[in-house]
Structures are given as structure tokens and as C-alpha cells.
Design a protein around this ligand. Structure first.
Ligand SMILES: Nc1nc2c(c(=O)[nH]1)N[C@H]1C(S)=C(S)[C@@H](COP(=O)(O)O)O[C@H]1N2
Ligand SMILES: [Mo]
Length: 313
């Protein structure tokens, strides 16, 4: 089940019912908070097994972040634009790592979910991701609430990882095992899939930080709208702050849109441009630039400029 076309796409915080569900391995595991536990093992001074109560007893954090699916890892350049903005609540991974005490040789954190199944010709695999230790320590949260309610079964109940600046694939659901290791894990979802060569680079790297991107949401693609002044609006996001969004109608030049700042959380940013739509067919495009100087490409990649078509009457 994979919904990409929410009914209220325009809300700053996406309602839970409208969040896409992405399970690679078929049937989701049925876990409950009472029997769930998380092990922390490998290169640590004190291997741990934490239950849900113990996790709830640790310091908690809350933030809003973009939750975006990278898309099909077998087609890494095809845009899917499956994106939402959600509030998460949970325990910084750093708190759990401090309890376990990583050994000096530990360089990577492996995060594994409880689901197993078949994907891309491999059978009975788990869902495993990894991050460099320093990045995991500063960025990952073990979340147990989404938009103020306990995580629903499809979204990783009772606990999932959330890597707020990264693509959704790094946010391991049904998290039950953390391993500290000297090396990256050789695995379907770490080294064989979810890698890509970025523009201007020659080596493939893991799919982690989000690309700069934007989506027009105030008008629905293919819809009929009243002619006259219309608000062309939507959201833009990136792993860093978005600094500009431009909108182009038909073949006219790009015009700068008004853009909200990002604030302390890695949430998406609203853009808007008032434009007089003459009666007839129009195509409308939007293009974001981020503080790292990255700009959405016009075509050819998963974050290519978003274009919609409307008819004004
Ligand atoms: N255990 C597990 N975690 C997972 C996945 C999965 O299949 N199994 N899918 C990943 C992908 S590709 C995405 S985009 C997000 C989707 O999270 P959601 O289903 O809560 O929206 O979860 C990630 N975490
Ligand atoms: Mo995904």
C-alpha cells in the first residue's frame, strides 16, 4: 500500500491517515509495547536490552521533520514526490549509546527492524541500515510517537529510528536491534541497494541526506481552476535550509516566490506566489535552491522540477 496523493496535501503537518506506508518485506511484524525490547550489542562496553518502560524513562525530545521516501531503489532517478511533514517524539539515540558505551573501535551504527521477507531476488532478509557513529549519535532519534499519538503498526510500532535530515529509508521501523561495529554491514539495503552516484561525483554513496526539492500543492494537477488571481503555493525542503523558490507559469521567466524560513527543526518551508491566470490551459513549475547552493534540475533526476497542468475557466 503506497499512497502518494493525500487529500489534504496542503497542511503544514500531514495527518497520520495520509502518510504513505512503505514496507519492503511484505507483511509487517506485529509488535506490542509490552513485549518489545531493543538490544544494543557489538563493540560496546555494556551490551543492553531495553524494554519500552526503560526507553520512556530516558530524556525525550520532540521535533517536526520532513518524511520523504527516496522512491524505488531499483529506479533511483525516477521522481515519486512521496513527501510529508510530521511531528516525532522519542529518545535521542545518543542517550541509549551513552548507556551502552561504544568502544573506541566502533565506527558504524547498524539499525535493524523486526521484519523479514523477500526483496529484489533475495529471500528472508531483514531491514538493516547503517550510519557513521558520529552522525548517528547527533542525528538519530528513537521515536515512539508521530503527530502526538503512539506510532501506528504500519509506521513502526512501538519504536522506530528517525533520521530527520535523511531520506525515509534510513528511518528503520519496528526497531529491535542496534549493533556497533568497525565496518559497514554488507547487506541488500545498505551496500547493494540505496546507493547512487551524485551529479559531479564518480563514486556511488549511500542514499542518506535529502535532496533539495519542492512541490506545488495549492492547485491539483489536472484540475480546473477559476481564472484570475490565484495563489501558487506549496512546500520546499532539503537536508539544509531552502533559501529560494521560483515559480514559472507557461513559458514565462522564473519568478521568485515568497518563502517562509525553516526555523530550528528540519521541517518543510511554505512558498507562495500570487499570479493572474488567464483563461486557458497552463503549466506551472516550481524550483528550489538550498543553502548548500544546490538547485533542482529541470529534468532527469528524482528531484527534478515539479510541473502541474491546470485549466483556468
Ligand atoms: N523495518 C523497516 N523499516 C523501514 C522500511 C521497511 O520496509 N522496513 N521502509 C523504509 C522506507 S523506504 C521508508 S520511505 C520509510 C517509510 O516509513 P512509513 O511507512 O512510516 O511512511 O520507512 C523505512 N523504514
Ligand atoms: Mo522509501
Amino acid at each position: 500500500m503506497f499512497r502518494t496523493d493525500p487529500e489534504t496535501p496542503d497542511a503544514f503537518r500531514t495527518p497520520v491517515e495520509e502518510v504513505f506506508i512503505r514496507n519492503h518485506l511484505g507483511r509487517r511484524p506485529e509488535l506490542d509495547a509490552d513485549s518489545w525490547s531493543l538490544t544494543v550489542e557489538g563493540l560496546v562496553e555494556r551490551p543492553l536490552r531495553l524494554d519500552f518502560q526503560a526507553l520512556r524513562g530516558l530524556p525525550q525530545t520532540r521535533f517536526t521533520a520532513v518524511h520523504e521516501c527516496f522512491g524505488n531503489p531499483l529506479q533511483p532517478t525516477v521522481p515519486t514526490r512521496a513527501v510529508t511533514n510530521l511531528e516525532w517524539e522519542g529518545v535521542p539515540l545518543a542517550e541509549v549509546l551513552a548507556l551502552a558505551g561504544p568502544r573506541p573501535e566502533a565506527r558504524h551504527v547498524w539499525l535493524e527492524g523486526a521484519d523479514r521477507g523477500d526483496f529484489a531476488g533475495e529471500s528472508d532478509v531483514s531491514f538493516l541500515k547503517d550510519l557513521p557513529l558520529e552522525q548517528a549519535r547527533t542525528e538519530v532519534v528513537l521515536a515512539h510517537r508521530m503527530n502526538g499519538e503512539p506510532l501506528r503498526p504500519d509506521h513502526g510500532h512501538p519504536v522506530r529510528a528517525v533520521a530527520p535530515r535523511m531520506f525515509g529509508t534510513n528511518s528503520v521501523k519496528w526497531l529491535t536491534r542496534i549493533v556497533l561495529a568497525a565496518e559497514r554491514p554488507e547487506h541488500l539495503f545498505t551496500t547493494r541497494l540505496y546507493t547512487r552516484v551524485l551529479p559531479g561525483e564518480s563514486e556511488a554513496r549511500p542514499v542518506r541526506e535529502k535532496d533539495v526539492s519542492s512541490k506545488l500543492l495549492s492547485l491539483r494537477d489536472g484540475s480546473t481552476v477559476p481564472a484570475g488571481v490565484s495563489e501558487l503555493a506549496g512546500y520546499a525542503w532539503s537536508s539544509t535550509e531552502v533559501t529560494a523558490v521560483e515559480v514559472a507559469v507557461d513559458d514565462a521567466d522564473w519568478q521568485p516566490a515568497e518563502l517562509d524560513g525553516r526555523g530550528p527543526d528540519p521541517s518543510w518551508q511554505r512558498f507562495r506566489l500570487r499570479h493572474d491566470l488567464a483563461p486557458g490551459a497552463h503549466r506551472i513549475r516550481c524550483r528550489a535552491t538550498d543553502s548548500a547552493g544546490r538547485v533542482q534540475p529541470l529534468t532527469g533526476d528524482r528531484n527534478a522540477v515539479h510541473e502541474i497542468a491546470v485549466v483556468a475557466v
